[in-house]
Design a protein around this ligand. Structure first.
Ligand SMILES: [Fe+2]
Ligand SMILES: [Fe+2]
Length: 199
């Protein structure tokens, strides 16, 4: 799965440079962001979005976790689950990321997508508890792809989940965590969307 906008977009190489800065601290995140970006681009194609909008979402997906660069090593690189205090610090990464990107006006909409990538459709996400269509479309797309990749890859505290379990989780959270249209689209195109994963 490769996005056609990758060759054309003038910022793409620059974006890869920025994300490699985070890679240098946390090698896990770079590959995660690349996979989320591939899936997001794939869904954008099915949603019939314009090339411009697809590019913004593609770039935002590459950079969605860039704010983790501002999270201390003891939390970012911790083996095992975070405690409450550590979790509160980790939850700052969308705002840190949006702030980094806000230095360039051209990244305005990309920055807004990054800011909202952990919101939930039902309004119970963070940082603002925005709900439904208050959440930028790109952030709603990335939320689904981010969850899929998180479930289908190994974490320090658990193994990768089987695709069937991941699928059930997405199904269960239609309209709860995820935008119904986007979640249903992901499920209808499941095999292709998750072709990379072998679990
Ligand atoms: Fe994130
Ligand atoms: Fe992520």
């Amino acid at each position: 799965m490769n996005c056609s906008c990758e060759q054309d977009y003038e910022y793409h190489e620059f974006v890869e440079c920025i994300s490699s800065a985070l890679d240098a601290r946390d090698p896990y995140t770079g590959n995660h962001s690349k996979r989320v970006s591939d899936m997001a681009c794939h869904l954008c194609g099915h949603l019939g979005l314009s090339e411009e909008e697809t590019m913004e979402i593609h770039i935002a997906a590459h950079l969605h976790d860039i704010g983790k660069i501002g999270i201390p090593d003891r939390i970012l690189l911790k083996e095992g689950r975070l405690d409450d205090e550590e979790w509160q610090v980790m939850k700052k990464h969308p705002e840190i990321g949006a702030d980094i990107l806000s230095k360039s006006e051209k990244f305005g909409r990309v920055s807004a997508i990054i800011l909202h990538h952990h919101e939930r459709y039902d309004g119970k996400g963070y940082p603002f508890g925005a709900k439904g269509e208050e959440i930028p479309l790109g952030a709603r797309i990335i939320a689904v792809c981010d969850s899929i990749d998180a479930m289908l890859t190994k974490r320090s505290y658990r193994n990768a989940l089987p695709k069937s379990v991941c699928r059930e989780e997405i199904e269960k959270n239609i309209g709860v965590m995820y935008d119904p249209e986007i979640a249903k689209l992901a499920l209808s195109d499941w095999d292709e969307l998750t072709a990379y994963y072998t679990n």
